[in-house]
Design a protein around this ligand. Structure first.
Ligand code: NAP
Length: 345
């Protein structure tokens, strides 16, 4: 039998709780022509998945969506053999089909992985769409220059840790914003950011201003809310802000437009200082920029010039708890769950 998590039939609340998900079982499916059966190894847990669920984007009873790293069990796809390791979208499920007729977001394109090119879990992390998000938002949109100040919120998380290091490699002075002290220490001591301030501190806004004595030229926004409000007065003339995500608002009531509210709060300063604000959707960059991103970032990861921390949990039964914890900041690094042995280790 195949075990997988779906949404329960209870109304989806602001944030996930013990009643939000149900573990179900069904026979393991057989691949048809042009399909392969794969066994999930790593499930990537990402904040956007909560948006899918709150918007009702997942079919009732279907496994919750997620990007995954999996191993081929049985294949009717040319060029894919049992034992091969792939990036795909098995969701919160032990087994799933990939290939012809299997629904997936258009830009999440399954591909065979070469374990010689790095740990296979990195395909849902720094060497996958997560890294591309950081690259597109920081390098292509933010375009930090040597000597400028770049600020990154959720700085110890999956995207934030990569975005900040990319800016540092461009010669910018990089300031992180993170939650508890261990995260801030990691951001400065392990990742080499120039400073990191905690948004949990009662003096957060003043701490951030003190950490950015020359103002802010590039802001990589992952959070919104009070974190954005603290960055806003620090923008320099000609600053660039990338809106990557607004996680502080992912539990807002339906119909509340957090981005519009943020833009309204920032309007006067954006206009007065010529701040350009760009929205980021990683799916827009896969086709044209994925190869350039990998060519630039993979060697830096291999050489240890870009460091990357995973928050690796174990066991399918722990997926909902790990997901809920990530949304509230109890993760430390990129969140993923291992649900079967990694044959490459
Ligand atoms: N635009 C795109 O295409 C795209 C693609 C991927 C990800 N994203 C976005 O990128 C952001 C980061 O995603 P990720 O996968 O890297 O997640 P992550 O940073 O690994 O985990 C989320 C982090 O957000 C922080 N956080 C949560 N609530 C907060 C609040 N109210 N105030 C301040 N910080 C809060 C927590 O860190 P602290 O403990 O440090 O506060 C938490 O660890 C998310 O907004 C996500 O939606 C966008």
């Amino acid at each position: 039998m195949n075990r997988y998590w779906t949404l329960s039939d209870k109304p989806v609340g602001a944030w996930p709780d013990a009643d939000t998900f149900v573990l179900r079982e069904a026979p393991i499916p057989s691949p048809g022509p042009g399909q392969a059966l794969t066994r999930t190894i790593y499930i990537s847990l990402d904040p956007y998945q909560w948006g899918y669920k709150r918007r009702g984007a997942e079919a009732p009873g279907a496994p919750c969506h997620a990007r995954t790293v999996s191993q081929v069990v049985e294949s009717r796809i040319a060029g894919l053999a049992p034992g091969d390791v792939v990036f795909n979208t098995n969701g919160w499920s032990e087994y799933a089909l990939m290939g012809e007729g299997v629904a997936r977001p258009a830009y999440m394109i399954p591909r065979k992985l070469d374990p010689a090119q790095g740990r296979i879990s990195l395909a849902v992390g720094v060497l996958g769409m997560l890294g591309l998000t950081a690259y597109a938002g920081m390098i292509l949109l933010g375009d930090p220059k040597a000597g400028e100040t770049a600020v990154v919120s959720a700085a110890s998380g999956g995207v934030g840790q990569i975005a900040g290091q990319l800016a540092r490699l461009r010669g910018a002075r990089v300031v992180g914003i993170a939650g508890h002290a261990d995260k801030c220490r990691y951001v400065t001591e392990d990742l080499g950011f120039d400073a990191c301030v905690s948004h949990l501190s009662p003096t957060f806004a003043a701490d951030l201003a003190a950490a950015c004595p020359a103002g802010v030229d590039v802001y990589f926004e992952n959070v919104g809310g009070a974190v954005f409000d603290a960055v806003l007065p620090l923008f320099n003339r000609g600053a660039r802000m990338t809106i990557c995500g607004l996680i502080a608002h992912y539990g807002d009531a339906p119909g509340v437009d957090a981005r519009a509210a943020l833009m309204a709060r920032g309007a006067a300063i954006f206009a007065e200082r010529g701040v350009s604000v760009r929205d980021l959707f990683v799916g827009d960059y896969v086709a044209d920029h994925h190869d350039a991103f990998l060519a630039e970032v993979a060697p830096q990861v291999a050489a240890g010039r870009i460091r990357y921390r995973e928050d690796l949990r174990q066991g399918l039964e722990n997926v909902p708890a790990a997901f809920a914890e990530m949304l509230k900041g109890a993760n430390f690094g990129k969140t993923l769950v291992q649900v079967s042995p990694d044959p490459t280790l």
